[in-house]
Ligand binder design. Structure first.
Ligand code: ADP
Ligand code: MG
Length: 227
C-alpha cells in the first residue's frame, strides 16, 4: 500500500536520479572525448598522463553506474540469520590495507552479537562505504574504529573516525543521491548505505563534531517465536 504522496515522491526521486546520472556520466564522457580529439589532432601521439586521466574518468563513470544499480528500490536481498561479526572478519583485512596505504590506523572491537537477518554482500558494501568515508575524512595518523555489540533488542555497529566532521547544514543531506563535498566524489556511497539499511529495517544514526564522526547502525534482533 502506497499513498499518492509517497508515489509522487518516488517518481520525483526517480526523475532526479535520472537527471543526476545523466549529468554525472556526461562529465567523464566530455573529458574523454576532449582527450580523444586531442589524440586525433596530434597524429596519434598522446601523453601517458592523459591516458591515466581517461582511465580514471571511465572508472568513475563505472562506479556511478554500479552504485546507482544497487540503489534500485525493489532490488532483491538475500538475507540469512548470521552474525555481523563474521562479515566484519572477512572485510577487515581489506579496510586495514586501505588504512595502511594512507598512513591511518584501523581497529575493530568484536562484541557479542546474536544472529540477525543479513544480506552479507549488502552489509559488506554498507560497512565498506562508511569506512572509506571515514578514512577519506582523516589526515594521516587518524584512527578509524569499528565496534560491534548488542543491546536488548538490537545488534549495533559503530564506525567512528577522527576526521573533521560533517557541517550541521550538511547532516540532513546525507544519503541524498549525488550529495558530495568531494571533488571526485560520486555522492552515492551513503545513498546506497541508506537503501541497504532500509531493506534490513535497520536504523542509521550519525553523530558528528569537528573532532570526528560516528555512524551507528542498529539491526533488530528477531524475537524468538515460542510454540
Ligand atoms: P562521496 O564519498 O562520494 O562524497 P558519500 O555518499 O559517501 O559520497 O558521502 C557524501 C558526503 O557526506 C561526503 O562528500 C562528505 O561530505 C560527507 N561525509 C560522509 N561521511 C563522512 C565522514 N565520516 N566525515 C566527514 N564527512 C562525511
Ligand atoms: Mg563515499
Amino acid at each position: 500500500y502506497e499513498t499518492e504522496m509517497a508515489r509522487l515522491a518516488q517518481l520525483n526521486l526517480v526523475g532526479e536520479m535520472a537527471a543526476g546520472i545523466a549529468h554525472e556520466i556526461r562529465n567523464p564522457m566530455t573529458t574523454i572525448r576532449g582527450f580523444l580529439q586531442l589524440f586525433r589532432n596530434s597524429q596519434g601521439r598522446m601523453d601517458n598522463e592523459y591516458i591515466e586521466i581517461m582511465l580514471e574518468e571511465l572508472d568513475r563513470a563505472n562506479d556511478i553506474i554500479t552504485e546507482y544499480l544497487s540503489l534500485a528500490k525493489n532490488k532483491r536481498t538475500y538475507q540469512n540469520a548470521m552474525q555481523l561479526n563474521r562479515i566484519l572478519e572477512t572485510l577487515s583485512p581489506l579496510i586495514q590495507a586501505e588504512a595502511v596505504m594512507t598512513g591511518k590506523h584501523f581497529h575493530v572491537h568484536y562484541g557479542e552479537c546474536p544472529d540477525v537477518q543479513l544480506d552479507d554482500k549488502e552489509i559488506r558494501q554498507l560497512i565498506l562505504n562508511i569506512c572509506i568515508n571515514g578514512l577519506e575524512a582523516m589526515e594521516a595518523g587518524g584512527k578509524l574504529t569499528v565496534q560491534t555489540y548488542s543491546e536488548s533488542e538490537h545488534v549495533i555497529l559503530k564506525i567512528s573516525d577522527e576526521g573533521g566532521g560533517i557541517q550541521t547544514e550538511h547532516l540532513e543531506k546525507l544519503g541524498r543521491p549525488f550529495f558530495t563535498t568531494k571533488e571526485h566524489g560520486t555522492g552515492l556511497g551513503l545513498a546506497v548505505c541508506y537503501s541497504i539499511a532500509a531493506r534490513h529495517n535497520a536504523k542509521i544514526e550519525v553523530q558528528s563534531s569537528p573532532a570526528g564522526t560516528t555512524f551507528t547502525i542498529k539491526f533488530i534482533i528477531p524475537v524468538p517465536i515460542l510454540v
